[in-house]
Design a protein. Structure first.
Ligand SMILES: Nc1ncnc2c1ncn2[C@@H]1O[C@H](COP(=O)(O)OP(=O)(O)OP(=O)(O)O)[C@@H](O)[C@H]1O
Ligand SMILES: [Mg+2]
Length: 459
């Protein structure tokens, strides 16, 4: 059965190779052409995700000129196409040139179906990932707009935000710096019945304490030197809407009491004023600090904590979101390429590997900055680990290829079963739900004979 919609365009002028490639890529829907014009015609008609392109095409079968022009035109026509350039085995220089022009990868003859097969498969996966990103980005009018994730933990956070949005409950967002606290607070507001009114944010860490009080509560004319006109505070300003108290852990104890009073009474008094003004706001607050610890240290009021934490939503750090590093990286790469008018086409494997391994202490904001800088600084069309200023971790990247993932999982399960069964094949086979001969085969295939001591006693 053909993998549906995976269209592979093969541009190859050697009839023998054509036949071989058709055979070995039987899994895909293959289109085979022998020259530039037909290649472009098929590209327009079918928009294949992946193209293998022989550089030596007529009228220059021994050079690379025709192949490189074809590459250029393919990428101009459908820039997302993953082109794998196939070159003669002496032709490194042209391979490098093709990569610089935006080819996804190169492959040197002689043809080895298995190796080229892996490259092609990976190109399809990357293409699919990028398409999915684009769709996510384009779902502009969803209220969760701008929040990109595919991680189950983060998706749950988004669902919780949707769930609590309609209520008036006070929400406390916990998360490391740059993890998206403000983004989620805004989403909460947009999804709430208050969305037509204001979303007003104040960052308690950014404003000196003596100014913070007047920012929050406002003041009457003459309340202090410089108070030359009556001024409403931010809380009052948010009336009817949502008030976002950012970095609430940084509030002084004095202001904590005042906020607590506001939460209890729902009235504010401007500095220097006598009047109690009723204000109807929904409070959302956020902090990167550990409030429980601050409470223990006597730096945060416990009663305020209970008021603020009617609903607590903990945002996972980027490093704990499965697959999101690559997802966000591509989204930011597209965004900044557009903004900067650059035609960056993608990331090199080492960049993706490095980004997956890096701990991102500054989370999404940090990544945004890294990618922006790389888009501006990178020569050529592909961002490498070096352009990002990240080091490539030692060891193999985690497999994304389904077969590899399954293999790895299978191997782990076998090792676990064998050790639980203390090496007894029959018991291990039972645990795994396979027959004994099957387990023998599997042990063999995974090369586990040496690494686990298998007991032959099968009595
Ligand atoms: N899931 C996401 N998808 C897309 N962009 C995101 C995501 N999370 C955060 N961002 C972006 O990352 C940046 C930082 O997010 P935000 O300001 O919401 O974080 P924060 O937790 O409030 O950070 P800080 O603690 O530094 O104030 C913003 O530009 C935001 O748009
Ligand atoms: Mg913030």
């Amino acid at each position: 059965m053909k993998k549906d919609q995976k269209i592979l365009l093969i541009v190859e002028d050697d009839p023998g190779l054509q036949k071989q490639m058709r055979w070995s890529f039987d899994d895909y829907q293959t289109l085979i052409v022998a020259d530039r014009e037909s290649a472009l015609a098929q590209l327009r008609r079918h928009e294949p995700a992946v193209v293998t392109l022989d550089l030596g095409l007529p009228p220059d079968p021994d050079g690379a000129s025709e192949g490189l022009v074809t590459l250029e035109q393919i990428l101009a026509l459908v820039p997302d196409t993953k082109v794998i350039v196939v070159t003669g085995n002496q032709d490194r220089a042209n391979a490098v040139k093709a990569i610089a022009m935006g080819a996804y990868d190169f492959y040197q003859k002689p043809f080895d179906p298995e190796v080229l097969g892996l490259v092609v498969e990976r190109a399809f996966s990357l293409h699919a990932l990028q398409q999915e990103n684009r769709q996510l980005l384009q779902s502009q009018d969803s209220p969760m707009q701008g929040i990109l994730t595919r991680d189950p933990g983060m998706l749950k956070v988004c669902r919780n935000v949707e769930k609590v949005a309609p209520s008036d409950a006070t929400v406390l967002l916990l998360g490391e710096s740059g993890a998206g606290k403000e983004l989620l607070a805004k989403a909460l507001h947009r999804l709430s019945p208050r969305s037509a009114k204001r979303f007003v944010a104040i960052n308690c860490a950014a404003i000196p304490e003596n100014l913070l009080e007047s920012e929050l509560f406002g003041y009457e004319k003459g309340a202090f030197t410089g108070a030359n006109k009556q001024t409403r505070g931010k809380i009052e300003f948010a009336d009817g809407g949502t008030f976002f108290l950012d970095e609430v852990g940084d509030l002084s104890l004095a202001l904590q009491s005042k906020i607590l009073r506001f939460l209890q009474e729902r009235v504010v008094e401007r500095i220097g004023g006598r009047e109690e003004i009723a204000v109807d706001v929904r409070i959302v607050c956020a902090t990167h600090q550990n409030l429980k610890k601050l409470i223990e240290e006597g730096r945060f009021r416990e009663d305020l904590y209970y008021r603020l934490s009617e609903i607590v939503i903990a945002i996972p750090p980027l490093r704990d979101r499965h697959g999101d590093a690559a997802l966000l990286a591509h989204a930011f790469m597209h965004k900044f390429s557009r903004q900067e008018g650059r035609s960056i086409l993608g990331f090199k494997q080492d960049a993706l590997h490095a980004m997956e391994a890096y701990a991102w202490p500054g989370n999404v904001r940090e990544m945004e900055n890294y990618i922006k800088r790389a888009v501006i600084m990178t020569d050529g069309s592909q961002i490498g680990a070096e352009d990002l200023g990240l080091s490539v971790p030692a060891g193999e990247p985690e497999p994304v290829n389904l077969r590899e993932v399954r293999d790895e999982a299978e191997r782990k399960a076998i090792v676990k079963a064998l050790s639980r069964a203390d090496g007894n094949i029959r018991a291990a086979a039972e645990l795994l739900g396979v027959s004994r001969p099957t387990l023998y085969d599997l042990v063999d295939r995974h090369g586990l004979k040496q690494s686990v001591s298998i007991k032959a006693d099968e009595a």
